[in-house]
Design a protein around this ligand. Sequence first.
Ligand SMILES: *Cc1c(COP(=O)(O)O)cnc(C)c1O
Length: 369
Amino acid sequence: MIFVSEPKIGKDEIKEVLKSINDNWISGEGKIVSKFETKIANLTNRKYAVSVSNGSVALDLAIRSLKLKKGDEVICSTLSIISISAAIYRSGLKIVPVDCDMRTFNINVDQIEKNITKKTKAILVSHTYGLPCEMNKIIKIAKKYKLGILEDAAEMHGQYYNKKPCGSFGKISTLSFYANKHITTGEGGMILTNNYGIYKYCLNYKNLCMKKNQRFRHDDLGWNYRMSSILCALGLGQIKNLRKNLTHKINIGNHYNNLLKNNKYINLPIHKTDYATNNYWVYPIVINNNSNKTSKQLANFLVRKKIQTRPFFWPVHLQPVYLKKGMFKNKVLKNSEYLSKKGLYIPCGFTTSKSQVEYVCKMINNFFE
Ligand SMILES: *Cc1c(COP(=O)(O)O)cnc(C)c1O
């Protein structure tokens, strides 16, 4: 089977992990954790970084740290991972899903303003599949209406928007180090901020609200969201290989672009915009109006050829869990609905080879002929 992505663990990673074990540093405390946090903060131009157990709880803590009131509204893209809307919902806030752009898959900035009400307090931007959101336009809107920006940069390690690193935008940014991310520790996450209050809040709540001086007396209830030193060590090894790994993915993306550009039935991702070059976190393709086939049919065909694919995110406003609660009644967000039926992504990882790309393209072209 050719997988959509596989982690790439080499000598650097193994050396760091063995060192953490040999040095007897394995818990979620200590110098290795601090070192990993500092490296990630430097990479994203942030003052503070707080490691946590995954990207989903990073979002949970990030939203809670804003201390919004019950019923306040948070805008997000409807084409995003469930972790985002779940974090908004579980904090007692109202999810306001906005449609995405057909070509970049990011939030459609032209649709943001008409979704702003008196209760809107924040925009949660999530850069999707390889290109960052149009941050300048989003920052302008946020300033005009005095909204906070939260940035989910889980798919953007090492990516830039106009020379500014992703992970550096807004009040708080979050990262994931899940196995398919550009820096992986298997499971893991990070919260990034320049705000000391937010930093302290996250440190406290990720560690059971333990007090320094009276360790087992608690003023509040937190969680154990700590990330272990062994995983942070793995992350230190991954950081060393980030540039090399990203270059490989961009090469794979370009190879697909060349081999699929004459296929008139599919739209390919945009390689470059005026604010960024695609990092091909995944290689998404969308079946266009020249074919009435669905992405499910294409996926079923490809899996028989031993090629793994993944569907696009299912839109937030169509999630059964929210519909059951009576939310998003009669909401229609056309682009995301089209993409969820017609889009999928194909193998594009650190271990994907050029000959695998050639085989995948041949099979995709066969499907449509
Ligand atoms: C992977 C991902 C997450 C979730 O991270 P986990 O570490 O798997 O919890 C959140 N947001 C985005 C955009 C992601 O791609």
